[in-house]
Ligand binder design. Structure first.
Ligand SMILES: Cc1cc2nc3c(=O)[nH]c(=O)nc-3n(C[C@H](O)[C@H](O)[C@H](O)COP(=O)(O)OP(=O)(O)OC[C@H]3O[C@@H](n4cnc5c(N)ncnc54)[C@H](O)[C@@H]3O)c2cc1C
Length: 382
């Protein structure tokens, strides 16, 4: 496995690093509200950093996944946030490229790339999270296409989104994984109600989406009717793509911030703090190389391998451990909030947000099951 950059990759990294350093002030972590995020996303597009691995004929730059990984590493080091259309760019766009009609390609891809058409992902329901095939949101035949009724939860960015990649049940008689269909639903259609859910961290990045008699045109079906499971699995495979590299790069930047915090607060000679930091560093190096293995597999086969499950599991635990250590180092000052707090409460916020890491994108229990069955070859339990 080659771990260093090729000459072209190295030049790309240098240009990107220079560009990022001109965009994002170094030092204390920044606040990003949705307006600032949109402006940031637009500048990413204008500078040619949106859709790096999308095919050229669909408006991307047609670069190998390694370039997306370089983008992930450098943007994490620079403290850059996610693109506001992270779901559209990384997950929905590639799914439309695979399954979309010519009309859908023309209608959605340019706006996804430029950040003007924001997508959310409407898969989870109150009784369909880990067991996604239990989706009950119903789409019945309607003269214009389908009439949709049901409820989705935890839809990240649904309050900002223009469209939703929605997983619905079109055939209630069919067995679980069959009878599902994917729709590209207009979030402003009558009957779509978005209710923000407040997270433990105080953020309201995700939502409940109530759907009452929503009419969706027949031309909004993505992929074959009744084959929504296959379409949804394509979306989830893209979620895992180079995401592992993004996660470990962010964790590495976070560990640097923790070391900075430890030194600023004079805790650098505390033996327990030193031990924890050394262990986190070792853990992180393990994750980093697992990320490179996942990338090598992705480049070889086009599909992310089981490494991505190990990576997501290890990353969530390490991130929770890191932010818990940050609060221990802050000591009683961890109780402060807002401008009085160290870095305006950055670590408090990160710690609370890290609780979701072992739930979002596949819970730790589910990932352990995947590792047991698909990596270690243990018998299936269900
Ligand atoms: C921050 C965040 C953002 C999210 N964004 C989105 C989004 O944009 N779109 C979207 O559709 N969804 C989103 N989700 C939802 C996420 O995908 C689900 O929360 C996740 O799949 C778990 O489903 P659940 O919450 O229904 O829990 P459940 O599946 O009900 O699980 C409850 C508990 O039971 C355990 N469990 C369940 N089945 C098994 C099993 N077979 N073996 C062992 N243990 C098991 C789980 O691990 C968990 O601990 C988001 C979630 C979070 C936290």
């Amino acid at each position: 496995m080659r771990l260093g950059d090729s000459q072209d990759e190295g030049e790309f990294r240098t240009r990107l690093r220079d560009w990022l350093s001109g965009q994002i002030p170094a030092g204390v972590p920044q606040e990003w509200d949705s307006e600032r995020l949109r402006a940031w996303s637009k500048s990413l597009y204008q500078a040619g950093y949106a859709g790096l691995s999308w095919p050229v004929e669909h408006g991307g730059r047609g670069l190998p996944a390694a370039y997306q990984a370089i983008y992930a590493e450098e943007s994490a080091l620079a403290g850059a946030p996610d693109h506001v259309n992270v779901i559209g760019l990384n997950m929905v766009g590639p799914t439309i490229i695979k399954y979309g009609t010519q009309a859908q390609l023309a209608e959605f891809l340019p706006g996804i790339l430029s950040g003007e058409t924001i997508f959310c992902q409407g898969f989870s329901e109150p009784d369909a999270g880990s067991d996604l095939a239990s989706v009950r949101t119903r789409a019945r035949a309607h003269p214009k296409g389908y009439q949709v009724d049901g409820e989705k939860v935890w839809s990240s960015y649904a309050h900002l989104a223009d469209y939703c990649l929605l997983l619905v049940r079109t055939d209630p008689e069919a067995v679980k994984h069959h009878g599902l269909t994917c729709l590209l639903m207009d979030m402003r259609a009558p009957g779509v109600q978005v209710r923000p859910l407040r997270e433990l961290s105080g953020d309201t990045d995700f939502n409940q989406v109530i759907l009452t008699d929503v009419v969706v045109g027949a031309d909004s079906v993505l992929g074959p009717v009744g084959q929504g499971w296959r379409v949804a699995m394509t979306t989830l495979a893209h979620e895992r793509g180079t995401f592992g590299i993004t996660l470990t790069s962010r964790l590495s930047a976070e560990l640097d911030r923790l070391v900075q915090t430890v030194l600023t607060l004079g805790a650098g000679s505390d033996p327990l703090v030193r031990k924890e930091i050394a262990e986190l560093h070792v853990q992180l190096q393990g994750l980093r190389f697992t990320g490179y293995r996942a990338l090598a597999e992705l480049q070889r086969t086009g599909e992310p391998g089981a490494e991505s499950s190990i990576l997501k599991l290890g990353w969530s635990l390490a991130n929770q451990r890191l932010t818990a250590l940050a609060l221990r180092v802050l000591g009683p000052d961890a109780a402060f909030d807002g401008p009085q707090a160290f870095w305006s409460g950055y670590w408090q916020q990160q710690h609370l947000r890290s609780r979701t890491n072992s739930i979002e994108g596949g819970t730790s229990e589910i990932l352990r099951g995947i590792v047991a069955e698909r990596v270690l070859g243990l018998p299936r339990t269900r």
